[in-house]
Design a protein around this ligand. Structure first.
Ligand code: ADE
Ligand code: ZN
Length: 383
């Protein structure tokens, strides 16, 4: 492999198996906070199969609509999801792009029970990884444009959220993301329709295909959301067209004063002045390494992460769309940076402290999360 080549799926699978076999207790047991996960991106092949059966929806793959009639076939289709935004390939007609897989999953969500199962599946999965607090994204327009009432989506999520807190000790707050490939008017309408559920939604984000869709298009919405008390963030995915410009908009202007966090934003590391803006504003960044290494070389990814971290920018590691990204959850993303950025125990704790610092939990919960981390660190050093 040449120095700058993208790893193969087999290589990434090998790394993952090695990380799991290493039984690195510091990574498996550390209390975790996850701040970048799309709940719709957690739909496992098993859940896709269950929902398709329950709602009697035939499953297909690719633009040729090849039928998928067993769970094994769905698992295989998940293994063949191509790179992310706008990706195509010679055999793309029989494979899924990331967005085809992701939005294809939306169609299966039809009832409150389905939304409950989606969210509960995520909470159960990450409880096993010792996630204590998370702020999952959801894409309301992706549901309401199919005729699903916003109340159905959020009632399902709310039931799962309450059950997760009581049964699993996983606390959460939701971030509502607007689809930037839809119009700003649609985003504003959706925002207003969700306001009755303000109590369970802590922030507003921006996701989907960012090609020629600068965050500034949504300025009025973000201003309004800030005035209404929502916290603000926006995706600036790695190596996208105009990304430095988009990052600057998010950091300096979005919502009037700039957002508090950037999702991804890895290209901040390319320019000293961008690093300075992010650092001086004490912005948080959510970084999802397993997402990037599917389409960028190791050399492009890990030195940037290390640079951001070493500069003192508050990065937090997360999973993005774990079901569609080779089944890499927050634990696997942490294992990955532990090895590839040579992070020591104290660095792994710092990553979680960063997450506590940039998360939108109340002061009391933040203190509890920090106390848990301190206790974990002490118990480990005394072993
Ligand atoms: N929708 C779901 N995951 C996304 C991502 N990582 N970037 C943009 N849009 C998304
Ligand atoms: Zn994302």
């Amino acid at each position: 492999m040449s120095a700058e080549a993208v790893s193969t799926r087999e290589q990434r699978q090998e790394w993952k198996e090695r990380h799991i076999r290493s039984n690195d207790k510091f990574v498996t047991d550390i209390p975790k906070i996850e701040l970048h996960v799309h709940i719709e991106g957690t739909m496992t092949p098993e859940l896709r199969w269950k929902l398709a059966q329950r709602n009697k929806i035939p499953l297909t793959v690719g633009s040729e609509r090849v039928p998928l009639s067993t769970l094994a076939e769905i698992r295989e289709a998940y293994q063949n999801i191509r790179g992310r935004i706008g990706a195509t390939s010679a055999d793309g007609k029989r494979n899924m792009t990331f967005f085809e897989a992701y939005y294809g999953g939306f169609d299966l969500l039809q009832t409150e029970e389905d939304y409950f199962d989606l969210a509960m599946g995520y909470f159960e999965r990450v409880a096993e990884m010792n996630v204590r607090y998370c702020e999952p994204f959801f894409d309301p327009q992706g549901h309401t444009r199919r005729g699903i009432p916003i109340g159905m989506v959020l009632e399902g999520f709310k039931r799962a959220q309450i059950a997760a807190e009581h049964r699993l000790n996983v606390r959460s707050q939701w971030i509502m993301c607007m689809l930037r490939d839809m119009s700003p008017e649609s985003a504003m309408d959706q925002y207003e329709a969700a306001l009755p559920y303000k109590d369970m939604i802590v922030g507003l984000g921006l996701d989907s295909d960012e090609y020629e869709r600068p965050p500034s298009l949504f300025d009025d919405l973000f201003k309004r959301a800030r005035e209404d008390g929502f916290r603000l963030t926006s995706h600036c995915d790695f190596n996208q067209k105009d990304t430095h410009d988009h990052i600057r908009q998010v950091a300096e202007r979005l919502g009037g004063t700039g957002a508090e966090r950037i999702d991804h934003g890895m290209n901040v590391a390319d320019q000293e002045d961008l690093m300075e803006v992010v650092k001086s504003k004490d912005m948080g960044m959510t970084i999802c390494p397993c997402a990037y290494i599917r389409h960028a070389s190791e050399e492009a990814v890990f030195p940037r992460i290390r640079k951001l971290f070493d500069t003192g920018i508050k990065i937090a590691i997360a999973s993005d769309d774990p079901a569609y990204m080779e089944d890499n959850w927050v634990l696997h993303n942490l294992h990955m940076v532990r090895e590839k950025c040579s992070f020591k125990n104290k660095d792994m704790v710092q990553l979680q402290r960063n997450a506590v610092s940039i998360c939108w939990a109340g002061d009391e919960l933040k203190k509890e999360l920090l106390d848990d981390l301190n206790e974990f660190e002490m118990s480990f050093s005394s072993q």
